[in-house]
Design a protein around this ligand. Structure first.
Ligand code: DP6
Length: 349
């Protein structure tokens, strides 16, 4: 017999960034962060986990290709979920798995993400959130979403925030074992559903410095990072929570842009400096800044993660439409580009 479970988890975009760990193994951050979870129809991971007495070892396939599960991050997630597994019964199939049996049972995991292949967008947040959630479903783990987020966090920090929709805060926590470093939902996905997020794919190349390596180097060498984590982010998080609660777009936009710019300033302050944005990214920032200034109010926010692609947030569909016009006027896409259709709107989020 084979027993299976399937689930889907979307990716999230940080408006207050996580950058820097105080514990590398447990993935504990040096500051709180806040993100918005995207609609699962666009950028998400779908994972199926199967268990069968005929399986001889844990195995995993990512987008159809087998990958190694030997890395610490996968092992941590699998171990933590197995510890919490419950009894599972399927009367129709005559299957009974007692909770202590899960330690001996092997799993086959297949995960796909629907990210456009050429887009080079990170998928680890959706991937680990989905893996943990699907394992929990199959193994009848009774833990709340918050506790599951602490397990997903051990796969990739930003993954803990994909455990919820809407706006989500990852509280850094204080405990050495990381049990209070969890995600909490600030507002559901219906709270502010006028917002439109557009991802302008600037380059589909894989980034040169991974987030994991980049933040380690920043922690070791950037004096600005400590100032940011201790002095700037705590206030910004409070202001962002207020902006989300009151659906105050101007404040959301101001804080989002400022936080993205400071995160990239930290990258420049790292030795050797890390350049995630390129000329096109800078031109997009100028376009948005000029537009916001000419209107006398904030129309659009931009934010960039560990790469050159722009994530643009508009307050509604009308402004998003105008933004697309401006982007396409300044950056006419090559006709054969798969990314062009992504920017063009049918897949805008
Ligand atoms: C710039 O979560 O990918 O996107 O915890 O080492 O897996 P690890 O890093 P990761 O870092 C994300 C960094 C960021 C900002 C953010 O999402 O908050």
């Amino acid at each position: 017999w084979v027993l299976m479970a399937t689930a889907r988890a979307p990716t999230n975009i940080a408006v207050i960034k996580y950058w820097g760990k105080r514990d590398e193994a447990l993935i504990l951050p040096i500051n709180d962060s806040i993100s918005v979870t995207l609609d699962p129809d666009h950028l998400s991971a779908t994972t199926t986990v199967a268990v069968s007495p005929s399986f001889k070892q844990d195995r995993m396939w990512l987008n159809g290709k087998e990958i190694s599960l030997s890395g610490g991050r996968y092992q941590n997630c699998l171990r933590e979920i197995r510890k919490r597994a419950g009894d599972v019964e399927d009367e129709k199939k005559g299957i009974r798995i007692k909770k202590e049996d899960w330690e001996k049972m092997h799993l086959h995991i297949a995960s796909y993400n629907n990210f456009p292949t050429a887009a080079g967008l990170a998928s680890s947040a959706a991937g680990f959130a989905c893996l943990v959630f699907t394992l929990a479903k199959l193994m009848n783990v009774k833990e709340e979403h918050g506790d599951l987020s602490a397990i997903a966090r051990q796969g990739s920090g930003s993954a803990c925030r994909s455990m919820y929709g809407g706006f989500v805060k990852w509280t850094m926590g204080n405990d050495a074992d990381g049990s209070d470093s969890i995600a909490v939902q600030l507002a559901s996905n219906t709270h502010w559903d006028d917002l439109v997020i557009i991802i302008a794919v600037v380059s589909s190349k894989q980034k040169e410095t991974s987030s994991t390596t980049g933040m380690r180097e920043s922690v070791e060498t950037s004096p600005l990072l400590e100032y940011r984590a201790k002095t700037v982010v705590p206030n910004r998080v409070l202001q962002m929570e207020e902006a989300i609660k009151s659906r105050d777009f101007a404040s959301l936009a101001r804080l989002t842009c400022a936080d993205s710019n400071q995160f990239h300033a930290v990258c420049l302050d790292t030795s050797p400096p890390i350049f995630y944005m390129n000329d096109t990214s800078h031109r997009i920032i100028s376009l948005v800044e000029r537009w916001n200034r000419s209107e006398g109010s904030l129309q659009v926010a931009y934010t960039f993660d560990a790469g050159p692609n722009a994530v643009l947030i508009a307050p509604n569909r009308k402004v998003a439409g105008l933004l697309l016009q401006r982007l396409l006027f300044q950056f006419p896409p090559p006709p054969e580009s798969e990314l062009a259709s992504y920017i063009l709107g049918d897949k805008s989020i």
